[in-house]
Every structure is written in C-alpha cells, then in structure tokens.
Design a protein around this ligand. Structure first.
Ligand SMILES: C[S@@+](CC[C@H](N)C(=O)[O-])C[C@H]1O[C@@H](n2cnc3c(N)ncnc32)[C@H](O)[C@@H]1O
Length: 293
C-alpha cells in the first residue's frame, strides 16, 4: 500500500488492516498501551514523519523494518511518535497541595527511622514539567533543605521527551495554568525569545531516565521511593497492563509510600497492592506492604 501522493486518504488506502494490527499489537505487547478500534488515520498522522525520515513509501516496508531489528531499536522511535506527551505546570493543583502536606508526614516518618533520604519519582514524566513542579514545591517547603539526601527521578519511554525534560526550557503553553503570573515566572524561569528556562537551583537533585514502566525492568531498579506521580499514563492502558504497571510501582515504593494518579485514573477495587486514602477530597494511594510478591 502506497501512501504518498494520495489526495483522498482513507484508512484502507493508507495502511492495510494487517499492517495496522501488527503495529497496534507490538505497541500493546511492549508498552501496555492499547489503541482501540480502527485508528489508522491517527496512526498515520503520528507516523508519517518517521516514514519520511526513513525514506519509506509504505507501511508494509516500515513493518518489515520493525520486524527485522532484533535490537528493537526502531520500536523506540515508533513509541516516541505514538505517545501523547501533553503536560504542563500546575496540573491538578489539588494534588499538588496534597503532595505539599504529605511531605511533612514523610519527614516525620524518615526522622523516626533515623533516615535522611527523600525519593520522588515521576513515572511517565514526559517533558519534565510535573517533576520540576514537585521540586519547586519541595524546595519552597524548606523541609528537606539541610542534611537530607534528596533525589527526584523522571522516567519516560519517549527518548525525545526525556531530552526535552533535561533541557528544562519551556514555551508559554507549558505555563498556561499560571494565568500570566509574572511573579512566579520571574522567580523560577529565565525568559528570552518566547522560551522559559528553569533556573538551575530547581534542576538540582533532578534527573531523567529513559525507561518503560510496563516492562520487566519496571522503574529501572529504583527503590524505597516516598512518592510516585504516575499521572495520565494509565488512561492509555487496559486492566491487564495497569496490573503490570501497578506491580512495578508497588515494587519501587517504600512501605506506605504514596502514589498519585491522574484525575481520570483509578486503582480502587482493581488491586490489593494499594489502599486509597482521601485528603481534602483528593485520592492518594498508599502502598500496601502486606500485598505483593
Ligand atoms: C500524557 S503524558 C503525562 C505527563 C505527566 N505525567 C502529566 O500528567 O502531566 C504521558 C506520558 O507517559 C509516557 N508513557 C506512556 N507509556 C509509558 C510506559 N510504558 N513507560 C514509561 N512512560 C510511558 C508517555 O511517553 C508520555 O510522555
């Protein structure tokens, strides 16, 4: 099936059902992301640029290329074109308020156990806004300023997003919920050429890694995590994939560690691994240390 030069693009003349199923299934098997129904046009919109780069004229050719790579290298490019990276500062403000409150509890617990670590993870961090926002809140709290070993880690399956997260340079779109709060912008960003670069102190202790939270490597061996934000990632998964991700998140969390999901995601009555807790109307999940493997 040839895709270039067609004025009247329909599902059938862009990609065969077999090619579409192959791509859909590999994305599901490797990353847990489910694409429902016939979304050939959407998939084409997302992948056509990749085919242009490779100089390929058909999805048949592209599928053969994906199949032919035992190292799965092309899968990383494929997934990077498929995922939705939408994110911005101050997303779901109520949860950020709950996070700020929880920090006090974590400090007390760590001190009680004579520990001085604080570990925060953004799983499905996209371009980093979420994790940097958490670091700003953490630093503003002043709770872990002296003598604490603090680390914040962002993990994403999209290598391009991880690179952008490391650069920490944003457009106004990422700051849209600030509603032009110039005081906030001036405090945390260096502005120039319509770009906003996060100031260095808010990047300290923050790192980003490329990883697949659905895979057997889970969160890449990171453990004893106090808080995981995994927001707006599970919406793209079915119950089977969510179960696998839940096991990985559970394995990386400290006992009674906290998990935040997106507003439209829920683990209630889906797993024994987490217990929901309600804080001012916000659902926060606690690791159930008695459940698991
Ligand atoms: C919509 S963004 C959410 C970003 C941020 N958590 C937020 O809520 O603003 C979803 C991100 O999850 C990432 N993602 C999807 N499946 C993943 C997986 N299996 N492992 C790691 N990251 C994944 C995508 O690449 C994308 O950047």
């Amino acid at each position: 099936v040839f895709i270039n030069g067609l004025d009247n693009k329909t599902e059938e003349n862009i990609m065969t059902a077999g090619e579409y199923d192959f791509l859909k299934e590999i994305i599901y098997r490797e990353y847990g992301i489910i694409i429902k129904g016939d979304k050939r046009l959407t998939m084409h919109t997302k992948l056509s640029h990749r085919l242009d780069i490779l100089g390929m004229k058909s999805y048949g050719e592209y599928c053969d290329f994906v199949r032919s790579q035992p190292s799965k290298e092309e899968l990383l490019n494929l997934i990077s074109h498929i995922t939705n990276n939408e994110t911005f500062f101050l997303r779901e403000k109520g949860q950020l308020g709950a996070f700020s409150e929880i920090l006090k509890d974590i400090k007390r617990k760590r001190q009680r156990n004579n520990q001085n670590t604080l570990r925060i993870v953004s799983a499905g961090c996209s371009t980093g806004e979420e994790l940097y926002n958490l670091n700003i809140i953490l630093m503003e709290s002043g709770l872990f300023a002296w003598g604490w070993d603090v680390s914040l880690t962002g993990i994403d399956v999209d290598r391009n997003a991880v690179r952008k997260a490391e650069a920490a340079t944003y457009s106004r779109n990422s700051l849209r919920l600030l509603n032009g709060d110039e005081k906030f912008i001036k405090k945390y960003f260096l502005a120039g050429n319509e770009k906003y670069k996060l100031k260095q102190p808010y990047k300290n202790n923050v790192k980003f890694v490329h990883g697949n939270i659905f895979g057997p490597e889970g969160l890449g061996g990171i453990s004893d995590v106090d808080v995981i934000f995994c927001r707006n990632v599970l919406i793209y998964m079915d119950d089977g994939s969510i179960d696998r991700v839940a096991v990985n998140l559970h394995a990386s969390l400290a006992d009674e560690g906290y998990l935040f999901l997106g507003a439209s995601e829920s683990l209630i009555q889906k797993t024994e691994l987490f217990v929901p807790e309600y804080r001012d109307g916000i659902v926060v999940y606690r690791k159930n240390g008695k459940a698991g493997f």
